[in-house]
Structures are given as structure tokens and as C-alpha cells.
Design a binder for this molecule. Structure first.
Ligand code: PEP
Ligand code: MN
Length: 408
């Protein structure tokens, strides 16, 4: 589907498929391109997954967050599993985000709005496109349920999975609407969508994302983000995202320079709309003090006013000697607190927290340094398809600790 494009926010050359002329990082190689095109055509004709007025509603809330008057808690799986599309699991994710929003709102004294990494977080970038199994054979890496099956014997990309992803997203949204707490107070009702939590995912799979783009709205989620691995200024992902009317996130790691970030903002948001972009910093606890101040100052000097979120997960990942990917909760808290301090000292404000977490209680994927060490850590319930998630109680304790720190 050709899209006529946004009016004031994009240059005339933008369309939902103008990314096709640009180099693409993290591409997905399909054996059967015709099959892919046929699935994409089918998706173009399916209904919007989220209402456009809710996308505009989130854009408005972003303006408040950019100015320090509102806070976001964005959280969910690194990669959602199709096998987790079950009522109790969906409900537990929604309940966790809403509980975290309430704890943070009490502590921070501002409205706190939940955004799930949910109902579409099915496409993953990977640092290596191949994976060596313990038996020695080499297979394609798992790239998210939209692309290939986590089951190791069948890792070929299958276009039909994109249609499955659409339907699973629709079912998840429908479940979220059913579970939404009807008793929430009037203030919360006004700042939450019909699904109780706003939805978001990484816009990695561009044929899919453009098939869901109508009149410059990506209707598959309220918010989309560009990953750390696909944020090249002249690349396909930035080209696609620059024309969208949705709030657009950008993940940035420690290699990002002040010039990089200002160029990205100028490209994604030439009109310098307040809160249009969400910069999600994921530096690693050790790097925040050194890297973040220059970036915040450069952005401030450029006249952009984005929302700043802290992702304390992706810069703090370790492999155990037996090669289990994990994170120490203490490092994550350290990154979050330091990020908050840097913003406060410069007169900027932290607008939210971005976490990988699950509503399930028994998951053992992230660990506490106080109780285990890396050499002996055990992970009896390690179920994530990709990166390690905080369990429900780790997720609750995490925001409680931050709220207490903020109060004092
Ligand atoms: C992620 O959010 O799961 C991810 C891959 O993050 P990043 O792009 O920041 O590495
Ligand atoms: Mn991840």
C-alpha cells in the first residue's frame, strides 16, 4: 500500500515504503520473496490494531513527560512468545505494569503511564545471525516469533509467521481490554488506552511495519522504537520512522556521540515537536556518568525536547561460565539512579523507565549479587526466548527502591 505521508513532520519524499531504497541493517532473508509479498498484501487489508486517536493520546502524554510533568513505565518481554498468549500470562503482565505505575506515581508525585512491550514484540535484531548449538551444529539465530520458530530444528524465516503475529497481537489486545480494571479512578482512566496499557515494540521488520501504516500512522502499536543496531542515520529504519505520526523511540548505547543523537533527532523530528521522540539510554551502569551528560547537553542546545527513558537492562548483561545470559538487579538500579542524577544535575528530567520483565513470579533469569555469584548461580526457571527478564516481584521491588530513592 502506498501511503501519502504525514503533512508537517515529514519531507515530501517520505512514504511508508520509501525505506526500500536505503541500506537496511539486520535484514531478514526469505527464500520465497513472492510468498512474503503475498502475506504483506494480506496484512495491508486487515483492520488497524490500535485506534489512531489513542496514538495521538500517547503523543500528548509524551509532551507532558518531556517537560517533567508525567512519567512512563515501559516494560515487558525481550521477545514475546506465541505460546505465552494465554489469559493468565497476559493479565499478569498488565497487572505488573499497572502496579508499578501506581508505586511510581506515589513516589514521584506525578501521573505515571504504563506502556507494554506487548502485543507485537515479535521481531528481534541479533548480534550474530547464526547460533552454534551444544551439539555443534550451526543454525540461524532466533529472530523473534514473527520470523522463525524458537524451536531449534526449524529456524528458516517463514512469511506466514507475520500473519500469525498479527492475529496474536489482536488476541492480546482483546485480552488486555477485557482485563482492564474498570474501577480505576477518573485520572487514570483519562490517561490510559482501552487496553489499560499502551502497546509498543521494536520496528525491526520493515515490510511488516509498512503494511500496517495507514495515513502515516503505524496502527500496529501506539509507540514504536528503533533499536541500537538499526539506528544508522542513512539507513532504512530511520527513513521509515521519520514519517510516522506515532511517538518514535531511539535506543542508544555508549558508542553514541552528541553529533549522532542530534542528527538523528533533526532527521526524525525536523519540526522539533516536543515529546515526539523518546531517547532510551542503555549505557551500562559504568558508562552513564561519562557518556550521558554530553548527550543531554547537546540535545538541549539543539532545541529538541525529547522524552528521556532509562533502559537499565541492555548495558548490564553478563554470561555465566556455563553461558547463561543474566543481569544483576543491583547494576540495573545503579544505572537507573545514576541516570536520574545526571538529568537532575543538568536541569533535564528523566521521563521514564524501560524494563525487560514478566508478570510471572517463578521466573529465574535476573539475579541479585547480594545472594548469588555468577560462577555458582542456578537458573531453574529460565524460560525467556531472548534476554533475561525481571520476575514479577523483582519488577515490583525495583520500582519501589527507585521510588524510595527519589523521595529521599
Ligand atoms: C531490546 O530492547 O530487546 C534490544 C534489542 O535492545 P537494544 O536495541 O537497546 O540493544
Ligand atoms: Mn532485549
Amino acid at each position: 500500500m502506498q501511503d501519502i505521508g504525514a503533512t508537517s513532520t515529514a519531507s515530501p519524499a517520505w512514504s511508508a515504503t520509501s525505506w526500500k531504497g536505503k541500506p537496511m541493517a539486520q535484514p531478514i532473508e526469505y527464500d520465497d520473496q513472492e510468498h512474503l509479498s503475498e502475506v504483506i498484501k494480506r496484512l495491508e487489508n486487515l483492520p488497524d490494531l490500535v485506534p489512531r486517536y489513542e496514538i495521538d493520546q500517547l503523543s500528548l502524554l509524551m509532551q507532558f513527560a518531556a517537560q517533567g510533568q508525567l512519567f512512563f513505565i515501559q516494560g515487558g518481554d525481550c521477545a514475546e512468545a506465541f505460546s505465552d498468549i494465554r489469559p493468565q500470562i497476559i493479565k499478569s503482565k498488565q497487572e505488573l505494569l499497572i502496579a508499578q505505575a501506581e508505586i511510581l506515581s506515589d513516589g514521584l508525585g506525578v501521573p505515571v503511564v504504563p506502556i507494554g512491550r506487548i502485543a507485537g514484540q515479535y521481531s528481534k535484531p541479533r548480534s550474530s545471525c547464526m547460533e552454534t548449538l551444544s551439539c555443534g551444529s550451526v543454525v540461524n539465530a532466533f529472530r523473534g516469533e514473527n520470523i522463525n520458530a524458537p524451536n531449534k530444528s526449524s529456524r528458516s524465516p517463514d512469511p506466514e509467521r507475520l500473519a500469525m503475529g498479527y492475529h496474536f497481537s489482536a488476541v492480546t489486545l482483546s485480552a488486555l481490554r477485557t482485563f482492564r480494571n474498570r474501577n480505576e479512578n477518573a485520572i487514570n482512566a483519562a490517561i490510559r488506552p482501552s487496553s489499560g496499557v499502551f502497546t509498543s515494540h521494536e520496528a525491526l521488520h520493515l515490510p511488516l511495519e509498512s503494511s500496517m501504516t495507514r495515513h502515516a500512522y503505524n496502527t500496529s502499536a501506539h509507540m514504536l522504537w528503533i533499536g541500537e543496531r538499526t539506528r544508522q542515520i542513512s539507513g532504512a529504519h530511520v527513513e521509515y520512522m521519520r514519517g510516522l505520526r506515532n511517538p518514535v523511540g531511539i535506543k542508544i548505547g555508549p558508542s553514541t556521540s552528541p553529533t549522532d543523537i542530534v542528527e538523528l533527532l533533526d532527521t526524525l523530528n525536523p519540526g522539533k515537536m516536543v515529546g515526539k521522540n523518546v531517547i532510551i539510554t542503555r549505557f551500562g551502569a559504568k558508562n552513564v556518568k561519562e557518556k550521558l551528560p554530553d548527550l543531554v547537553q547537546a540535545v538541549h542546545a539543539s532545541g529538541h525536547l525529547p522524552v528521556w527513558l532509562c533502559d537499565p537492562c541492555h548495558g548490564n548483561t553478563y554470561a555465566t561460565p556455563s553461558n547463561v545470559k543474566t543481569r544483576f538487579v543491583e547494576d540495573m538500579l545503579d544505572e537507573l539512579k545514576t541516570t536520574f542524577m545526571v538529568h537532575s544535575e543538568i536541569g533535564s528530567s528523566l521521563g521514564g523507565i524501560h524494563l525487560e520483565e514478566t508478570g510471572e513470579e517463578d521466573v529465574t533469569e535476573c539475579i541479585e549479587r547480594a545472594s548469588v555469584n555468577l560462577d555458582t548461580a542456578e537458573f531453574p526457571e529460565y524460560r525467556t526466548l531472548c534476554d533475561p527478564r525481571l520476575s514479577r516481584s523483582q519488577g515490583i521491588d525495583f520500582v519501589k527502591t527507585y521510588a524510595d530513592f527519589f523521595r529521599n
